[in-house]
Design a protein around this ligand. Structure first.
Ligand SMILES: C[S@@+](CC[C@H](N)C(=O)[O-])C[C@H]1O[C@@H](n2cnc3c(N)ncnc32)[C@H](O)[C@@H]1O
Length: 502
């Protein structure tokens, strides 16, 4: 009798804490400007600072979680350039890289994971009439369902989580625990499905803290007051409290303590997802912690640092993996190589930079790595990357072997370069790769990739600054793909991928 009284008090307290959660959480959200979801005591720097270290292991062993529908919430929706095409390109390349790493693929067959995505949001609500077609498309695809049924690996669940954790253009990954017409039904279905059994008494996550949030989209959102999506998207506290109250039968069953700020497990009630009424979802993990290498947080300050989102995306397209040797021949402040070591600490990186220390301080670059506990570059070489002796030094820094991938953002003043020198930096770099290959001192390993940004002004012919077929053949390279990233109305940069095939 006494025990039951204590238990009931505990449950009642838990529920009232949940119902009150909007007050302290709003404070936390306003002050940090982002969702707070976990105890960040991770040893890995890769995951978003809001992610719990235990999130990767949260996937409970006694749930049927690997067959649950997943939703991906993409990042970068505000920037016009982070198109759905670029997001998928990054995601699929990162996934392919992980699969290749696991299979230690020795043949040359490229891995192209059979995974696709469909829009999870609908723009059929009234205020969407004022949106352009582009805005509607971005809105609908800001969240997508993952179709992974053709991805036939026994560890799909781990593969997808690992992929998300290294991608810059992913905000978060969820799995759908239950669906329902009403909140009561949602709770009932969640109990019946047993998908949250790990959080209940005697479950593997019974001791973990948890919290729940409501997110309303489309028709369900009070569009005039609410942001429609993105990291600052919120739903009214009154609605959240009401939803939690109606789902109390489920929440009272969850054994762990409620933690409003640093919960190990974050549950989300989604309203207004495409083709679904109400959804209860569990946050599985988050995208890469790109902000930890934001230029404003760095010791080495230069005029042209590459933004962290692009740095991560390039590394993923380069399929960086275990023990890779990575070269950035126009490294500047090493934005790209910082992301490389965050994705894969076992890499050996080398940067080449022509500017003197007054413009690009190599000691400060080293501090940018060491202060984040990131693997230091094998070398940051002062010199002209077009000079063979400088490239020899780069190779020497990694045991006189070719690099597995060259990832670079060449100098941007491309118009002036064209005036003073007939070839673009990319064409020159490809000539260097060809010349070293001819001398049997390869800069890029067979099977390796060259990933590069090519800027393009409106009206200019991009083909003029890219290597032609003959130049590629000389270098043993094959063009693989290029995706445009508009920067403003007149300037784009193209992310271009080549593979060394001969
Ligand atoms: C667009 S910036 C790269 C920015 C870099 N990704 C970062 O995150 O800071 C191009 C860099 O290439 C350097 N550079 C230009 N010509 C070079 C050459 N021939 N060899 C090596 N570095 C060169 C420039 O000094 C500049 O720092």
């Amino acid at each position: 009798m006494h025990d039951r009284g204590v238990a009931m008090n505990g449950i009642a307290m838990k529920l009232s804490l949940l119902l009150l959660q909007v007050i302290p959480c709003t404070v936390a959200l306003t002050s940090t400007g982002r969702l707070v979801t976990g105890n960040f005591h991770s040893s890995s720097q890769l995951y978003s600072s809001t992610a719990s270290s235990s999130q990767a292991s949260i996937a409970p062993t006694d749930s049927k979680t690997d067959r649950l529908q997943k939703i991906i919430h993409w990042r970068g929706e505000k920037e016009h350039g982070n198109s759905i095409q670029l997001r998928h390109y990054e995601f699929k390349s990162a996934l392919a890289s992980i699969i290749e790493g696991e299979q230690s693929n020795t043949d040359d067959t490229p891995i192209e994971p059979d995974i696709s995505f469909t829009a999870a949001l609908s723009s059929t609500f009234e205020s969407a009439n004022e949106m352009s077609e582009y805005q509607k498309d971005s809105y609908e695809n800001a969240m997508q369902y993952i179709n992974e049924e053709n991805l036939s690996f026994s560890n799909n669940f781990d593969l997808i989580q690992e992929t998300v954790q290294r991608c810059a253009l992913v905000r978060s990954l969820f799995e759908i625990v239950s669906e329902g017409e009403t909140f009561e039904e949602l709770a009932r279905n969640a109990i019946q499905s047993k998908n949250l059994n790990d959080m209940m008494k005697n479950g593997s996550s019974a001791n973990l803290s948890w919290r729940v949030r409501l997110r309303q989209y489309g028709d369900s959102a009070k569009a005039e007051k609410q942001k429609q999506y993105g990291k600052k998207m919120r739903s009214p506290m009154k609605d959240e409290r009401e939803a939690i109250n109606q789902m109390k039968d489920l929440f009272m069953e969850l054994a762990g303590p409620v933690d409003l700020k640093n919960a190990d497990i974050s549950l989300y009630i989604f309203e207004g997802l495409k083709d679904k009424k109400k959804v209860l979802a569990r946050l599985l993990t988050r995208g890469a912690n790109t902000s930890s290498i934001a230029p404003k947080t760095r010791i080495c300050i230069t005029n042209t640092p590459l933004c962290p989102l692009a740095s991560f995306t390039m590394n993923n397209v380069g399929r960086v993996k275990n023990n890779f040797k990575v070269l950035d021949p126009f490294c500047g402040s090493c934005g790209i190589l910082l992301a490389t070591t965050m994705i894969e600490p076992s890499v050996q990186t080398v940067g080449i930079e022509i500017a003197h220390n007054g413009a690009v301080n190599r000691d400060n670059i080293m501090k940018d790595f060491s202060s984040r506990n990131l693997t230091l570059p094998a070398a940051i070489i002062k010199g002209d990357a077009m000079d063979k002796s400088v490239r020899d030094k780069a190779r020497a820094a990694v045991g006189n072997e070719p690099f597995d991938v060259i990832i670079t953002d060449p100098p941007y003043n491309i118009r002036e370069k064209i005036l003073s020198c007939p070839d673009s930096p990319l064409i020159n770099l490809v000539k260097c790769i060809a010349s070293d290959r001819k001398k049997e001192q390869r800069l890029l390993a067979l099977g390796g990739r060259l990933v590069v940004f090519v800027p393009n002004m409106d009206g200019d012919d991009i083909a003029e600054v890219m290597p032609n077929e003959i130049a590629l053949k000389d270098a043993g390279l094959k063009f693989v793909n290029m995706v445009e990233q508009p920067l403003n109305d007149s300037l784009s940069r193209w992310l271009v991928e080549y593979k060394c095939i001969a």
